[in-house]
Ligand binder design. Structure first.
Ligand code: UD1
Ligand code: CA
Length: 461
């Protein structure tokens, strides 16, 4: 049985931010959410988050996560002081306590499992996660004897020059037998460089403490400032991209591409440079996305192409070609085999199959049938200043260039709309609608006008 405690009460001064550090976002999820995600597979019996700085904001941000408990550390006197706050909440508990810093977003569940296992198999009083860093600056240094038994943990600020040479660091992840820890917690002292009660001091007082090295030191990057936040994002992106490349996705110029972990791709998808895939996006096999494209919370079918476009909250079915310069948004749905683009915006609009909206158009709140052709510059006037109104367009209907469809309006099947029409009334099936002034030509009108303006010089240029 294990109870998890996450340290999330600090302000994170080095972030230079009004936002509490643990709420800073890393690839769409806060640091503390990521930590909680990593402990999930351990099936903890309780998850306690220790909050303090802007406690209400931190709690509110985690409202939707089930069965979290919050314990408040009203003044932040250090990580040891934070864990002292658990004493009244864990009275009589005899199992293990897994403690994690809240600023440790990349740690893998597998690593935590190994730590817990080592702790239990070796009957340690405490077991801590350590790493050998090329640049250990800022971290607490861990000193062990030959058998990985911890002798001392010294914070960077408290290190002598010689101690600072040690590159084995404390990752900020600890397993304790709670009873062993509870015994020493009340006796911590703050006679150190930061005048804080260090959890690391408790570690060396509980009894037999073992250090377990993490396999991949990138996992234990602690986020203290914006530089480390950016580094963490790079590591995260690398993990995601490697996963998809191994699964058969081509990334052209991977460093210029970003992919959220929540995105799903299929084999033989090709992602071109400067393309960003976010949220709950799913892309089926054979699709080619980019260059220069943003896809967010959208589903793209097989063999879809999208170039230089923005697609959010939308669906595109198989074989459709989107872009260049298309904006699909507000639950747009594009059928199979369509062509949309060259400066086209679709909002809350559903296109049937094999329908084209090929140039310079805006369709909002519109439904079209199959094999429709929307002429260049067709615009739906769907908003009267107060309400949005729908437009319906039947199968095989064509609108001429520069058509305005004033909603609510219905065009039937097999309708033609003459170029330049402003359509305000429904058009029945199989009809031609012309809704514009007939052209008038007045021969000789120009020379007559000029001579009236300037009577002396006839036909002057
Ligand atoms: C801590 C460790 C250090 C380790 C490093 C790993 C201590 C004394 N030092 O240093 O050995 O190498 O993490 O990243 O623990 N917090 C509270 N209440 C407080 C103070 C901090 O909840 O009063 C929380 C913070 O919100 C943060 C975590 O504890 O999530 C760690 O605090 P931080 O100040 O970042 O510790 P480090 O100096 O990085
Ligand atoms: Ca830290």
């Amino acid at each position: 049985m294990v109870v998890v405690a996450i340290l999330a009460a600090g302000r994170g001064t080095r972030m230079k931010s009004h936002l509490p550090k643990v709420l800073h976002s890393l690839g769409g999820r806060s640091l503390v959410e990521r930590v909680l995600e990593s402990v999930k597979p351990l099936l903890p019996s309780r998850q306690i988050v220790i909050v303090g700085y802007q406690a209400d904001e931190v709690k509110a941000a985690m409202q939707s996560i089930p069965s979290l408990e919050f314990v408040e550390q009203t003044v932040q006197l250090g990580t040891g002081h934070a864990i002292q706050q658990l004493l009244p909440h864990l009275e009589g508990y005899t199992g293990d306590l897994l403690v994690l810093n809240g600023d440790l977003p990349l740690v893998r569940a597998q690593t935590l499992k190994q730590l817990l296992q080592a702790h239990q198999e070796n009957h340690n009083a405490a077991t801590i996660l350590t790493a050998h860093l090329p640049d250990p600056k800022g971290y607490g240094r861990v000193f062990c004897n030959g058998d990985n038994i911890v002798q001392q943990i010294v914070e960077d600020k408290d290190c002598t020059a010689a101690q600072r040479q040690n590159r084995r660091i404390n990752a900020g992840v600890y397993c304790f037998g709670w009873q062993d820890l509870a015994r020493v917690l009340p006796h911590l002292e703050s006679n150190n460089a930061q005048k804080e009660y260090y959890l690391t001091d408790a570690v060396t007082q509980v009894g037999k403490v073992m250090a377990v090295d993490v396999e991949d030191y990138q996992e234990i990057l602690g986020i203290n400032d914006r530089l480390q936040l950016a580094t963490a994002y790079e590591i995260l992106q690398q993990r995601v991209k490697e996963k998809w490349m191994v699964a058969g996705v081509t990334l052209i110029d991977p460093t210029s591409i970003t992919i959220d972990e929540t995105v799903e791709l299929n084999s033989d998808v090709i992602i071109e440079p400067q393309t960003h895939l976010r949220g709950n996006t799913v892309i089926q096999t054979g699709s080619r996305i980019g260059p220069g494209t943003l896809i967010e919370n959208s589903q793209l079918g097989e063999k879809v192409t999208v170039q230089y476009s923005v697609v959010t909250d939308s669906i595109v079915q198989a074989g459709s070609r989107i872009g260049p310069y298309t904006h699909l948004r507000g639950h747009a749905q594009v059928g199979a085999g369509c062509r949309v683009g060259n400066f086209v915006e679709l909002k809350n609009t559903k296109l049937g199959d094999r329908t084209n909206v090929a140039h310079l158009s805006y369709l909002g709140d519109t439904t079209t049938g199959n094999r429709v052709n929307i002429g260049a510059g067709t615009i739906t006037a769907n908003y009267d200043g107060a309400n949005k109104h729908p437009t319906k367009i039947g199968d095989r209907t064509s609108t001429g260039s520069n058509t305005v469809l004033v909603a609510p309006v219905i065009l039937g099947n097999d309708v033609y709309v003459a170029a330049g029409s402003t359509v305000t009334e429904d058009v029945p099936d199989d009809s031609l609608a012309i809704a514009r002034e007939r052209q008038v030509v007045k021969p000789g009108w120009v020379s007559k006008k000029r001579s009236e303006q300037n009577p002396q010089s006839k036909n002057s240029s």
